[in-house]
Write a protein that binds this ligand. Sequence first.
Ligand code: OAD
Length: 246
Amino acid sequence: MPLSQLQEKIAAIKEKLGKAGSVTVLTGSGLSADSGIPTFRGAEGLWKNFRAEELATPEAFSKDPRLVWEWYDWRRAIIAAKEPNAGHYMIAELEKMFSRFHLITQNVDGLHEKAGSTNPIELHGNIWKVRCTRCLQVAFNFDVPVRIPPECRSCGGLLRPHIVWFGESLEPENLEKSYAALANSDLMFVIGTSGVVQPAASFAGMARSRGAFVVEINPEETAITEVMDISLQGKAGEILPLLVHS
Ligand code: OAD
């Protein structure tokens, strides 16, 4: 994008930020790409030639829990060694600037909280939480590497990642909180998501139809770029500081 065009867009968004009473941010794995964590649909996201859609499913887990746990163990080891980037920190700063602020993330890496965001709505769960398939208890587990297959400390049942897999329902409370935020946003940022996984892929359209000004930050065009008021092509870790600082 030519510099003058970028500057014009930044100025327009800053004006919106100055007037907005409520802001919602939706993030995807591209935000954590600048921390060195592979996105799902990028080439580095592939693990042993499997795609996320083949492993992040209840069917894959019941067929081969060891394989699915090995994939999560690989991802947990990558994430454990990484830190939040400027993008995460800018989103935490934005939160401090608005009394009505909501962060909805599809990311499960926990980097938003590490950067200081409070109460992100973790739509797809958290990779550091496990859930017992027998007694359903949820607990934190930070073991890297994890013992495979991990067992529940209370009942000895098989633990699974506390992640919302393809074909599973999102937690109703998270959905309700998200819809309420989307219906009451003056300004929404959609950062680092390809916009192909529902329901998050529909959130920008929902917010816009309720009057929000919607801004995308992504180095590439996405499936939802056409829904945006402004699309800023660039890396989240580089663009967000231009919006929040300077
Ligand atoms: P994807 O891998 O589908 O998309 C990542 C997006 O980030 C792409 O549009 C990239 O262009 C963009 N991107 C890459 N580098 C970036 C950067 N430095 N700054 C900003 N954007 C960048 O990831 P998600 O949209 O998050 O679900 O995927 C959605 C869900 O599908 C995930 O939560 C996961 C996955 O399967 C589950 O695991 C249940």
